[in-house]
Design a binder for this molecule. Structure first.
Ligand SMILES: [Zn+2]
Length: 155
């Protein structure tokens, strides 16, 4: 679909509604899915729970949706993907067929009002997710090169 990698597909997960999975192996460094849809700012008056839950933050008061399945990729505190630039979900390591695609939402998110209780089940789960400001330094180092450039580059 659009700019998304053809090796992924959407299906229901056991715990979290929809999720995105690898249909075949994906190599470290491959772009997996892309936020290529409309932009919304904080003055937009049509925010819905669906948009709040599925857009990616790409500026101080700017979010973007996807045309394809990027919007359904779930969070994990031990993810197999990260963010390239501001809009691309990119594999941080090799991903096996059947694995769920995940990234860490704090790689893009920095708001004082959005928080999510995490049940990703990872042994390094941070329990409450919501803002890059709270991301530990050790995790930032681990994600180097995979954190949205809106957070890492001074404009
Ligand atoms: Zn977690």
């Amino acid at each position: 679909m659009g700019a998304d990698n053809p090796k992924i597909f959407l299906r229901r997960t056991k715990k979290y509604g929809q999720g995105v999975y690898a249909r075949e192996p994906i190599k470290k460094g491959e772009v997996v899915a892309v936020y290529d849809g409309p932009f919304y700012d904080n003055e937009f008056d049509g925010w819905t729970p669906d948009l709040l839950g599925h857009t990616i933050q790409c500026g101080k008061a700017l979010w973007r949706d996807s045309k394809g399945v990027a919007r359904y990729v779930n969070h994990s505190c031990d993810p197999n993907c990260g963010i390239k630039g501001r809009f691309k979900i990119k594999a941080m390591r090799d991903i096996a067929a059947g694995e769920q695609i995940t990234w860490d939402y704090e790689m893009t998110e920095k708001s004082w009002w959005w928080r999510m209780r995490c049940r990703c089940g990872s042994s390094i789960c941070r329990k409450v997710i919501g803002t890059y400001s709270n991301m530990p330094q050790s995790i930032r180092r681990k994600y180097k090169g995979f954190i949205s450039t809106w957070l890492t580059q001074k404009t």
